[in-house]
Write a new protein. Structure first.
Ligand SMILES: NC(=O)c1ccc[n+]([C@@H]2O[C@H](COP(=O)([O-])OP(=O)(O)OC[C@H]3O[C@@H](n4cnc5c(N)ncnc54)[C@H](OP(=O)(O)O)[C@@H]3O)[C@@H](O)[C@H]2O)c1
Length: 338
């Protein structure tokens, strides 16, 4: 599989990474055996980047990924990079209770993650969000200390804007920013992406299929109870109808090229730069196979233009998160000033 470098200081990664969040309930129930089989199929296909968060299923996702890696052949497991997000607080009913990225919390979260994953170091460790009560310099400073102690290899960020990225990078090398980026979420292009390129920081792009919305497989009202998408503005009422009309426009281009809608959407993100690694959220082997097929889809300038005409910048109906969650996005605060 094609390899990319994650930022000028980061590790090499497969050109597509696997995000494991959906395997721990964020998109409704997931099948445990199929989840593990999907991780194994990804390793077998040469995927080396696996993303998780300690708060996905309150530890469930890390234990699942840890088990899958332990069960995999050592030759595959040894190449795997594990990216872990921390800081989001949960309660026993699955509710969300803010963020904690104080240095003492960083070390505490890390100790538990190492244990749940069953590993002696984490390849990329990152705060899921900026903790408004803690300077980012303190948070990444604590991770840098853990790098020096051998518990972490690289420091990453998630959903923060340019000012925060610059502050973090002044303390320690940052390998990548994990942030939503897709045909219908292009907010990073104006300010964040140029900052990352100036500083030599890579992107791990999530939501490249907008959580399934632009995968070509989504049906209106398909989200059940406990599925993030049941609450997400883009999946509601008139919004989802307008968004699915964009998908149909994309489908015409995909059909003409003989590829799937999901493959076009992933290939479009991949075509935006060698510094961008799309993280796909497949939780079944068939979806994974489809997603990895995007690596073989080459888009020329004419095709890229046709795709951007079918789904113009800013065409999505609805924000990418509900208002309460948007308020936690430092990455969106920067955008408000432009
Ligand atoms: N840093 C952050 O704030 C943040 C936020 C969210 C996610 N993430 C990370 O990014 C990863 C990917 O995120 P995402 O869920 O937003 O990904 P996504 O790839 O945009 O959406 C994944 C969903 O799309 C559907 N789908 C349909 N066809 C697919 C195909 N061929 N391949 C893959 N999925 C297909 C699946 O839903 P069904 O299974 O229901 O069909 C799947 O659960 C997560 O697992 C997580 O690690 C990070």
């Amino acid at each position: 599989m094609k390899q990319l470098q994650l930022g000028k200081t980061g590790p090499a990664s497969s050109a597509i990474g696997l995000g494991c969040m959906g395997m721990s309930g964020m998109y409704g129930p997931a099948d445990r055996a199929e989840s593990i089989a999907t991780i194994h199929a990804a390793l077998e296909a040469g995927v080396t980047l696996f993303d998780t968060g300690d708060f996905y299923g309150s530890g469930h996702n890390e234990m699942l990924l840890g088990e899958a890696l332990r069960l995999a052949p050592a030759s595959r497991r040894d190449n795997a990079l594990v990216s872990v997000k921390f800081g989001a607080l949960r309660d026993p009913s699955g509710g969300w209770a803010g963020y904690d990225a104080r240095p003492a919390a960083v070390k505490n979260f890390l100790a538990y993650s190492l244990e749940r994953l069953g590993v002696d170091h984490i390849d990329i460790y990152r705060p899921a969000r900026l903790d408004p009560n803690v300077p980012i310099e303190d948070t990444v400073g604590a991770i840098a200390e853990m790098v020096r102690a051998g518990h972490v290899r690289h420091v990453g960020l998630s959903e923060v804007g340019s000012a925060t990225i610059r502050k973090a990078a002044s303390v320690t090398p940052i390998c990548d920013l994990q942030i939503e980026y897709s045909l219908i979420s292009r907010g990073i292009e104006d300010d964040i992406l140029p900052t990352l390129r100036e500083l030599g920081i890579g992107v791990t792009a999530y939501g490249v299929l907008s959580r399934g919305l632009i995968s070509g497989h989504w049906q209106k009202d398909a989200a059940g109870k406990g599925d993030f998408r049941a609450m997400s503005p883009r999946f509601q009422g008139e919004n989802v109808e307008r968004n699915l009309a964009l998908v149909e426009a994309l489908r015409k281009i995909a059909d003409a090229k003989g590829v799937s809608v999901a493959q076009i959407a992933i290939a479009w993100v991949a075509a935006q730069g060698e510094d961008i690694v799309p993280l796909v959220g497949a939780r079944r082997r068939d979806r994974l196979t489809e997603a990895l097929g995007a690596l073989g889809v080459k888009l020329d300038a004419g095709e890229l233009a046709a795709i951007e005409q079918a789904v113009p910048k800013g065409a999505a109906a609805g924000e990418r998160y509900a208002a309460a969650q948007m308020a936690h996005l430092d990455s969106e605060k920067g955008a408000a000033h432009h």
